[in-house]
Design a protein around this ligand. Sequence first.
Ligand SMILES: O=P(O)(O)OC[C@H]1O[C@H](OP(=O)(O)O)[C@H](O)[C@@H]1O
Length: 318
Amino acid sequence: MTDHRLAPDVEETAAAIASMEIRGAATIAAGAAEALATQAREADAESPEAFRASMRAAARRLRETRPTAVSLPNALRYVLRRMEGRSVEALRESVTDAVAAFVAQLDRAQEDLGQVGANRLADGDTVMTHCHSTDALACIEAAVDQGKHIEAIVKETRPRNQGHITARQLREAGVPVTLVVDSAARRYLNEADHVLVGADSIAADGGVINKIGTSGLAVNARERGVPIMTAAQTIKLHPETLTGHTVEIEMRAEDEVIAPETREEIGEIAVENPAFDVTPPRYMDAIVTEHGQFPPESIVTLMRELFGEGAAEPWAEP
Ligand SMILES: O=P(O)(O)OC[C@H]1O[C@H](OP(=O)(O)O)[C@H](O)[C@@H]1O
């Protein structure tokens, strides 16, 4: 492998993230970090500069896969900022150490926020979920571990039906599950004590960027008086929003919404498939992180503390 060539694992991981075989903000972050570790191990760069260039190229390839979950650039930034050393060997080691530290931190953060989220749930509660979020599931699983009986109403989450993954994992955790179509959510809010969702990005104003349908669910939950929380480890905090940038919402392929043959039968129509939406902070009761729970409007203080150094792009060509 020469200097700028990407390790096959980087290409494979990038393709898997784009196709959503690897999906979910935290899982994407871990997958991307691990691909950087493989790049570091397999790069046969002859000079430190060539090694650095090959790491930047790998990070650029991973960065371009999906635009919305900020955990991806945050992971790449975490690793590249810790790349240091005067020799290729030293650089290599700094990258693999950074990746190991990053992945350990992700796991720890999820465990810690799970405890915080679990404390908000009471024995006998029914929780409504949307999409599939490992951070959100950590809260329910921790509540079950605390000995609480929790039941779940799981929205299927069109078009990709990640609700099926949630349903399976909750069943494995011993949680009784009722699966409903997305449009049944308001009706079933009558039976829910909490709505619990994950996040792909959290903006500085406390806006929660999560799977499409979250904002409508939040408005309905508020109308019904059901509290809604988002479980989001701090890797989901979006540093660019500190300086007024907005979060790009991914538009996915039209054939995720309608099969080409069916569309053909209908005739000339437009189809749009945004993957995410933004829930304004006033409709969200709490953001649960590994540092405790926050009212959405105050998340900016944590963001400044953890990401105040800005959103530089260490993968850019110098
Ligand atoms: O990090 P965790 O909590 O696992 O997932 C966070 C979010 O990532 C998912 O996006 P997608 O399915 O990749 O589009 C969902 O929107 C979910 O709430």
